[in-house]
Design a protein around this ligand. Structure first.
Ligand SMILES: CC(C)(COP(=O)(O)OP(=O)(O)OC[C@H]1O[C@@H](n2cnc3c(N)ncnc32)[C@H](O)[C@@H]1OP(=O)(O)O)[C@@H](O)C(=O)NCCC(=O)NCCS
Length: 452
């Protein structure tokens, strides 16, 4: 006879008839699971998450990410714990422009609070009770003197005493721990080479660690759901430039957004691929943000480094830099600087981080409603990144907009590249009449065309 309580072994928790949804969901997570393996995520959260018990759920998600091979660095804060200790001891809590003035009493509280919070986090990550999401977890947590700090000094006439900023992160030592599958836990405390202890902000530690580790993600858990727009709705995604505008133009941003958004901008402009803002109050927000396409918070990405635009006379030097090596090899027909200067308004350029990386030109033949795509070229160092495709797609868009029905191209060595992009074989007698007259039979270029 079975006992009368409900049996909730994980294998049977979902009734059989409902598994279609589960299977569909699990399969849709596969690309993320593949994609995240071996990637480095830095996750930052305030001491509130530990104080109000929210870290219990978070530990489950951290365990899951760890088991999927994500390299995790956790950075915790201690603000509420320090404030509680200062209040209990009747000491004053002093801030100047959002920065705590850490006197000797406050430093003692910071040391105590950091020690307690770290131990509580380690304890929760050590759980391994059967029939819980932590069953079988075997997490090693590594903490230590990974952060070197320096004093912030005197600001606005006030000596901030033991309040400091990150001077250096020992990324090599952190990497060694991550290589062993350890989770690295950083407290908002740093040491100076003179043996002093400094109170740091968690966002400073998290940002510098993410930058030094060239992390794939920097994730902030906050009190709000993400970065709000002027109407209060949450932005789903922002580029760094858009994030700067939000900081400048949105009034009354939540306090944690004003602290963390500048950090996300710094991180994303120094090599971190993505920053995420999610709510610490929503159970599973971390998983929802990471394993679904829409996410639940705000994603910050570096501004696209590439821009495609019409060329100007100032680009002639850059264009020549791309096409001259190809002209020397006989791949492109030679153009003089004077001709290029006259025809520069027919050119598109692709600029990557301030350098002209590629170009293409469109020569219209309005009578035949056709255009020639000429001089499509990408500089050697920039090939294989889809720049050729971007230039072609843009040229096609412009051609269509100008009312052309077909695009043709003359090429000696790039026939297959164009064929793979929808061009078909044509012949010189199919060219617009004025172009036929110029066709160089000695060069024997292939003629290809594509309907727009
Ligand atoms: C053709 C060209 C513009 C492509 O630029 P790109 O930015 O490297 O192109 P993409 O990144 O969009 O595409 C790269 C793909 O094209 C392939 N490719 C490059 N040159 C090719 C060629 N001559 N024939 C066939 N495929 C070619 C690459 O192997 C790569 O394939 P993969 O994605 O399967 O690895 C560049 O190779 C170039 O400047 N070539 C010399 C100039 C030229 O021939 N222009 C055309 C005449 S107007």
């Amino acid at each position: 006879m079975y006992p009368s309580y409900t049996y909730t072994h994980p294998d049977q928790a979902i009734p059989l008839k409902d598994t279609t949804h589960f299977v569909h969901w699990f399969r849709s997570a596969a690309p993320y699971i593949h994609g995240f393996r071996g990637k480095t995520f830095v996750i930052a959260f305030g001491g509130e998450l530990v104080a109000d018990g929210g870290f219990v759920q978070m530990a489950h998600d951290v365990n899951l990410l760890n088991s999927l091979g994500v390299r995790l660095v956790l950075v915790h804060g201690v603000r509420p714990q320090v404030e509680a200790r200062l209040t209990d001891s009747g000491a004053a809590i002093r801030y100047v422009n959002g920065l705590r003035v850490t006197d000797d009493t406050a430093l003692a509280c910071v040391k105590e609070a950091a020690g307690t919070v770290r131990v509580e986090i380690e304890a929760l990550l050590s759980l391994g009770i059967a029939n819980t999401p932590m069953a079988g977890a075997d997490i090693r947590v590594a903490s230590g003197n990974f952060v070197t700090a320096q004093p912030l000094g005197v600001r606005d006439g006030v000596d901030l005493l033991h309040t400091g900023e990150v001077r250096k992160i020992d990324a090599a030592a952190i990497r060694r721990r991550l290589d062993q599958n350890d989770i690295v836990l950083l407290s908002p405390i740093g040491y100076s080479p003179t043996g002093e202890i400094f109170n740091l902000s968690l966002e400073d530690v998290a940002t510098q660690a993410a930058v030094e580790l060239a992390a794939d993600k920097l994730i902030f858990l906050m009190d709000t759901e993400g970065v709000p727009d002027k109407a209060g709705a949450i932005h789903n995604a922002l580029t760094v430039n858009e994030a700067r505008q939000v900081l400048e133009k949105t009034r009354d941003l939540p306090e944690d957004v004003t602290y963390y958004l500048p950090c996300a901008i710094t991180a994303c402009t120094h090599g971190v691929k993505r920053a995420h803002f999610i709510s610490r109050h929503r159970d599973g927000a971390l998983l929802s943000e990471l394993f679904t396409r829409e996410g639940v918070g705000t994603l910050i990405t570096p501004a696209p480094l590439e821009t495609l635009r019409a060329a100007t006379i100032d680009d002639v030097g850059g264009i020549l830099g791309v096409i001259e090596p190809l002209e020397r090899d006989g791949i492109l027909v030679r153009r003089s600087r004077e001709l290029l200067e006259m025809e520069v308004d027919r050119f598109l350029v692709l600029e990557s981080d301030g350098v002209i990386a590629g170009c293409a030109a469109l020569y219209p033949f309005p009578e035949e409603q056709a255009a020639e795509l000429a001089c499509l070229a990408v500089a050697k160092d920039f090939r294989g990144r889809g720049f050729g495709d971007m230039l072609l797609a843009h040229a096609e868009k412009i051609g269509k907009k100008m009312g052309f029905k077909r695009l043709f191209v003359l090429t000696t060595r790039t026939e297959h590249w164009f064929e793979e992009r929808g061009f078909v074989d044509s012949t010189p007698d199919q060219l617009p009449r004025s172009k036929q007259a110029l066709y160089n039979y000695k060069r024997r270029s292939k003629v290809l065309e594509k309907s727009l």
